[in-house]
Design a protein around this ligand. Structure first.
Ligand code: 2HG
Ligand code: ZN
Length: 466
């Protein structure tokens, strides 16, 4: 039987200050960071502990009220933005931000979903350890959002996606049960690894409330270098040489186009210390072995001698390192200030990046002569942000389709690290095979039969409603 829903009942669970209904206060929860997605909500509810999350979910489930979980709101795919109905409840995990424990021997950390990534990184660093999830948005992104979108970032090359960091998970399922698997185990093959159902599924199967994360040793040496390269092919030649020379120390291998850095210069006022070039590579290596810098210098000399790079600079101080990274991390902001852009967060097999870029550039420019391509990304793991700046009246759906078809032709994925959210639901359906979609449908129906968990995200809502 469907029960009545009341804001008062929510307040009884989370306290007076835990429910936001005022329109102005609610506004930031109803749009994403770029202002691309907008919706309305009944309220935002901010529980203080897992038991309160469970009670909120039970209350909403009984009244058939849909829930939209909300982390740091930095995902860029609209996964945390409610729909236009005004019926949905936003569930923000921001008041659950504790680092519950840190184990220096096992190198693990138990952390609540609302903890900001940078805070967790700093806690690990204070203990002489590393939390190796590194994102441009790390000052705002929260652990729950990072795990429920299986975020990537700049260190995937060495440390893998967010999923790979998760040893244990605590979730609240669609019926309001708490399932706790907060184990610290590296090896745990006892039955289904159900954690994976909640990681990367963007809150459509349940709500992540806490996790045990695998930390890593903190390296004593770090070297950061910026190279100017004549083409994407040469960037891959640099990658190959770097993998051969310093492979296990390579944290990041980022590719930035000349036009991407022009945007950064124009809108953020940062410039590269190198002469203008078609492409740039930003690489970072770290190790505790004292010989790291010598090895990187030797590798760069080799790269320059072979002509794979035309110029290069190694950061001489932490300040210079930060400046080089700041260039890379400012691209998104610069792009947002430039005007309307259509994002394609794609991945292809690494060796096919140059071929993909060639074919896509040609096809996009043919179909959209006024377009400007802003390509950059994590070339070391195959993820290119193939963003396109287009005039306000250009057909974004046609552009999406054009790019995604080429991605599929190259054996790639239409979302490498930002997820599907609401932005790519139709495209996921177009690009994935029927058996894969059917499997997803069966999982959704098994775990959220009423379709109340972040409806309309990842999978079309019609999967549940028929
Ligand atoms: C990055 O790599 C982020 O900087 C943002 O994933 C990507 O703005 C984008 O499209
Ligand atoms: Zn990225």
């Amino acid at each position: 039987m469907m029960e009545d829903f009341s804001i008062e009942a929510l307040r009884c669970i989370v306290g007076e200050r835990g429910v936001i209904t005022d329109e102005a206060d609610l506004a930031p929860f109803c749009t994403d960071w770029r202002g691309m997605f907008k919706g309305r909500a009944r309220c935002a509810v901010l529980p203080r502990c897992t038991a309160e999350v469970a009670a909120v979910v039970r209350l909403c489930a009984a009244a058939r009220v849909p829930i939209v979980p909300h982390g740091g709101n930095t995902g860029l795919s609209g996964g945390a933005t409610p729909d236009a109905s005004g019926e949905q409840v936003i569930l923000s995990l921001s008041r659950m931000s504790a680092i519950r424990s840190l184990d220096v021997i096992g190198e693990t950390m138990e952390v609540e979903a609302g903890c900001i990534l940078q805070v967790a990184q700093e806690a690990a660093a204070d203990a002489g350890l590393l939390l190796p999830i590194t994102l441009a948005a790390e000052g705002s992104a929260r652990i729950g959002g990072i795990l429920s979108t299986n975020a990537g970032g700049t260190n995937v090359l060495r440390y893998g996606m967010a999923r790979g960091r998760v040893l244990g998970l605590e979730v609240v399922t669609a019926d309001g049960s708490i399932v706790s698997g907060l184990r610290q185990l590296r090896k745990d093959n006892a039955g289904y690894d159900w954690k994976q159902l909640f990681i990367g599924t963007e809150g459509t199967l349940g709500i992540i409330t806490a996790a045990v994360l695998q930390l890593a040793p903190k390296s004593r040496q770090r070297v950061t270098a910026l190279l100017a390269v004549p083409s994407a092919d040469e960037a891959l030649a640099v990658l190959r040489l770097a993998r051969q020379a310093i492979g296990e120390t390579l944290n990041a291998f980022e590719l930035m186009s000349g036009p991407a850095l022009e945007l950064v210069a124009r809108h953020v006022g940062l410039t590269t210390p190198l002469a203008p070039a078609p492409w740039y590579v930003l690489l970072e290596a770290s190790s505790s072995l004292p010989s790291l810098r010598d090895a990187v210098e030797e590798m760069l000399a080799d790269v320059l001698e072979r002509g794979a790079a035309s110029d290069g600079v190694i950061a001489e101080s932490e300040k210079q390192e930060r400046e080089l990274w700041h260039l890379r991390e400012s691209i998104t902001e610069a792009e947002a200030r430039e005007g309307r852009s259509i994002k394609h967060d794609v991945s292809v097999p690494i060796a096919l990046i140059p071929a993909f870029l060639r074919v896509a550039d040609e096809a996009v420019m043919n179909a959209f002569p006024l377009a400007r391509i802003n390509a950059f990304g994590h070339a070391g793991d195959g993820n290119i942000h193939y963003n396109v700046i287009i005039p306000p009246d250009a057909d974004s759906q046609a552009l999406n389709r054009l790019v995604h078809d080429l991605v599929v032709d190259h054996g790639g994925s239409i979302s490498a690290e930002h997820g599907i959210g609401q932005y790519r639901v139709d495209e996921l359906h177009r690009c994935r095979s029927a058996p894969e979609l059917e499997l997803a449908r069966r999982i959704k129906l098994a775990l959220d039969p009423a379709g109340l968990m972040n409806p309309g995200k990842v999978l079309p809502q019609t999967i549940v409603t028929g």
